[in-house]
Design a protein around this ligand. Structure first.
Ligand code: NAD
Length: 478
């Protein structure tokens, strides 16, 4: 279903994120017929450039970041026609009147802040004070949303001074993933799962976001952040929320976000024993973390595993194990809901098999599987085997994997539709920092030194112990 015509201004339109994700995503929405050809995409950045040069830059980006078979010359030409460029320094005075002149009446106005967060406030202020954005306009802001609670509050305040919360779209691209939304569909659209979705039937939950890359050229930047701020405070906590939340009364932005907020507020403070931090050692993939960031005494974690508890009626006693790290054995993100064993086995099988696991794969190959036990076919007697019931979309949708929109394109279309459900609300972000800050302060106060781990491994051995001591095991990263 096509969205309404819109003018979308992308601040930082010449940047890495814009070239890699935003413009290729928008192109796919046009090719798919969802973005109307009357839409206008306005790049705004500090560099000296003009429409022709900007079109050439984005044309090259489409070629670089989209598979060749996606590029249909007539659609590419149409897409490039929709682009224009304004030179604006977010902190300066030039370019704003020109931008104002480009905004059409009677269409949706959206402003994507794909720039450093220090520019969010200044851009918001100028958009409002120069009458470029009105009370209907939407602004989209990128991560990181703050470095701690104080900075997140300051960022929220700098936006709230000019825009209403209903106009602010804080992107967490994990929420734009097809499978993440499908998690809600599966939970709340079926009778089958929700009655079992609690501590009585769920043994534990595992969330893994593993990367094979190191910090690469972003070493200095990453070293000031670490895995907790980069991945856990935002993406992994959002996943915890979607798994743990109570059914909202409606699939509606505030109803959903109210329930997620309650989960964050129900998180227990962390004990040191429940946290494992690591740094990758030198290995086949390249230098060690410490070499990559150029600081032999860095105590920032490139790996983090934690045992979380959501202390409420539904989840008390059911651990949520989360882990994320760089230079691990595979690039794989997965949520696994591990159900308890049947209360009594009439078959001669060991306990602790946990054959019912709902695994939700975020990347690569988004999809879901439900492990069930069945009888091995054939005359061999009552032998049990575990088989996965595959709910992978690639099969349901045929071979057309491109039919699954990327997280960014889906989220941008939601902005145009005015649907905030999959965007973080200000109070959610603040609650997440309010939980995160003392955890970081705790390990800093203890002077904790992250353990080295081998590249291509599953992280430090202590992370394995985190589950072993509870009589459990991490799932393979693959
Ligand atoms: P980048 O450095 O590649 O691009 C920055 C863009 O901002 C450029 O277009 C530059 O011209 C523009 N810019 C810089 N200063 C400006 C100013 N004063 N006025 C106007 N424009 C200015 O950065 P990026 O990687 O594209 O990241 C943009 C934002 O997205 C950042 O907040 C980043 O944290 C976030 N983000 C990036 C990625 C990614 O994969 N690159 C992923 C998640 C979030």
């Amino acid at each position: 279903i096509p969205v309404e015509p819109f003018d979308l201004v992308i601040f930082g339109g010449t940047g890495d994120l814009a070239r890699r994700k935003i413009f290729p995503g928008l192109y796919r929405r046009l090719a798919d017929g969802q973005m109307p050809p009357e839409a206008r995409l306005i790049g705004a950045a500090r560099s000296d450039s003009d429409d022709a040069e900007f079109r050439a830059l984005i044309s090259a980006a489409l070629e670089e970041f989209l598979p060749a078979e996606n590029l249909r010359p007539e659609i590419v030409a149409q897409f490039l026609e929709m682009l224009s460029y304004v030179k604006i320094d977010a902190l300066g005075e030039g370019g704003w009147p020109e931008l104002k002149g480009k905004m059409r009446e009677g269409v949706v106005h959206a402003f994507y802040f794909s720039v450093a967060p220090s520019l969010f406030g200044p851009i918001a202020e100028r958009l409002k004070e120069r009458g470029i954005a009105d009370g209907q306009a939407r602004i989209v802001v990128e991560k990181p949303f703050g470095h701690d609670l104080a900075s997140a509050k300051a960022l929220n305040a700098s936006l709230a001074a000019h825009f209403d919360e209903t106009q602010i779209y804080r992107i967490d691209h994990y929420l734009g993933k097809e499978t993440v939304q499908n998690l809600m569909a599966v939970r709340f659209g079926n009778m089958l799962f929700e009655p079992l979705w609690n501590s009585q039937y769920v043994d534990h939950i595992q969330i893994t976001v593993a990367e094979t890359v190191g910090v690469g050229g972003r070493g200095e930047y990453y070293d000031r952040i670490g895995a907790m701020r980069d991945m856990v405070q935002n993406h992994l906590l959002q996943l915890v929320c979607l798994i743990a939340m109570e059914p909202p009364a409606r699939y509606d932005h505030d109803a959903v976000r109210d329930e997620k907020l309650k989960v964050i507020r129900a998180l227990d403070p962390m004990e040191p024993d429940d946290i494992v931090r690591g740094q990758y050692a030198a290995g086949p993939g390249g230098p060690s973390y410490l070499e990559d960031v150029g600081d032999p005494r860095s105590r920032t974690e490139s790996f983090l595993a934690m045992r979380l508890e959501v202390s409420n009626w539904r989840w008390a006693g059911t651990p949520f194990y989360v882990r994320t790290g760089k230079r691990l054995k595979a690039r794989a993100s997965e949520i696994a809901i591990v159900f308890k064993d049947a209360p009594h086995s009439i078959f001669d099988v060991p306990r602790g098999r946990h054959s019912n696991i709902l695994s939700i794969r975020l990347q690569p190959n988004e999809g879901m599987q439900l492990g069930v036990t069945i009888k091995e076919p054939g005359p061999g007697g009552m032998r049990l085997i575990d088989v996965p019931l595959d709910m992978t979309f690639a099969e349901a949708l045929g071979d057309d994997h491109d039919a699954i929109p990327d997280a960014y394109e889906r989220l941008i279309m939601d902005v145009i539709r005015g649907n905030q459900t999959l965007f973080m609300r200000g109070d959610e972000v603040e609650a997440a920092w309010a939980w995160t800050d003392p955890v970081i302060a705790g390990w800093e106060a203890r002077g904790h030194i992250p353990s080295p781990y081998d590249q291509g491994s599953s992280g430090p051995d202590d992370a394995l112990m985190l589950l072993h001591r509870d009589g459990r095991r991490w799932r393979e990263i693959r």
